[in-house]
Design a protein. Structure first.
Length: 336
């Protein structure tokens, strides 16, 4: 082989290696996924499950990197949707509560005592109302893919049992940054105090606030009973569905196969997480009781007293959420 031919062969081989390297770098893509809670909680496990499924089935073309504890928005979970819409976050497994300031329709799930049980949740998310909610999200530059579940939210406090609206009179209750929550607890004559979850636990420890509201999974894993929350009332006053979603520009930049992969794995991860969350509910409640927490369960009459006490909130917020959407959800609940 002459020197010229040898150099040409080496040049061709080098070009091939460079082309292959460039091709692999173009094909491989990592998307950031924001979530509020880490994988000690079902919420965080949902995001990790999604990432695992994508990794298993994408042949290295696409990976999801989960960032828990709202770290991509400096701990402020209410900024998550805006950050995803603007492209600072590629994707998220987020709460309808945290996204509701930017998507008013999501307040549907926070209407007090509107969604009574798991069958009602499934009827709403799986029917016309769920499609309307997804359309509202998509109209704001984010592509919703699937539902998850943070669960029904219960109320706890350090002062005493809550079995009627009057028991909340004057109690300082930590709530998330949603005006609807402020209105709900104000209607019950409580003193709602908005703060992030990062700030909530120290506030509960010092007694700066008397109580909080969260699903049993959060109460259990975060050991909220250890910060003075000795009284827990099961009132199912609202449900907090999770939503798997992707920034619209990111979505449009993906191939058809990648979109299909993301949607199918999101649905699978969501269904897995919903089933797990519900199956573990009774075990979590038993564990909470074993730790000495006083648990109050409401009779039908007691429950109705809370419904009546918060009727003004329902009437105020229904127009903001959308009459048509609320009616569609109510029909789904009635027909479940």
């Amino acid at each position: 082989m002459t020197l010229t031919r040898s150099m040409a062969f080496m040049s061709t081989g080098l070009a091939g290696v460079m082309l292959l390297s460039f091709s692999l770098s173009v094909q491989a893509r990592e998307l950031s996924v924001s979530t509020v809670l880490p994988d000690a909680f079902p919420w965080g496990q949902a995001a990790e499950k999604w990432a695992d499924l994508v990794e298993e089935r994408s042949d290295g073309e696409l990976t999801l990197r989960v960032y828990p504890n709202s770290q991509l928005v400096s701990g402020d979970q209410t900024r998550e949707f805006s950050a995803m819409r603007s492209g600072l976050i590629d994707a998220a497994v987020g709460s309808t509560i945290n996204w509701s300031p930017q998507v008013p329709e999501l307040n549907l799930f926070s209407l007090p005592f509107f969604i009574p049980d798991e069958a009602a949740v499934d009827a709403v998310t799986g029917g016309d109302a769920g499609e309307m909610v997804f359309e509202a999200i998509e109209s704001r530059g984010v592509i919703p893919l699937a539902w998850g579940e943070n669960g029904f939210r219960q109320v706890s406090n350090s002062k005493g049992p809550i079995s009627e609206p009057g028991d909340l009179d004057g109690l300082k209750i930590r709530v998330v940054g949603s005006p609807l929550f402020q209105d709900t607890f104000s209607a019950l004559d409580a003193d709602p105090t908005q703060m992030s979850w990062t700030d909530a636990q120290p506030a509960l420890t010092t007694g700066a606030v008397d109580g909080q509201e969260n699903p049993l999974s959060v109460f259990d894993v975060a050991r909220i009973d250890q910060v003075g929350q000795e009284h827990l009332t099961l009132w199912n006053y609202m449900n907090d569905p999770l939503i798997f979603a992707v920034n619209q520009q990111v979505w449009e930049s993906l191939s058809g196969d990648q979109r299909t992969l993301l949607r199918e794995t999101a649905k699978e991860a969501g269904e897995w997480e919903i089933a797990m969350t519900r199956e573990e509910e009774s075990e979590r409640l038993a564990a909470i009781k074993e730790r000495g927490v006083t648990v109050t369960e409401l009779s039908d009459e007691q429950y109705q007293a809370f419904v009546d006490a918060t009727q003004s909130v329902y009437e105020k917020w229904t127009p903001r959420i959308g009459e048509e959407l609320v009616e569609a959800a109510q029909s789904a609940i009635d027909e479940r």
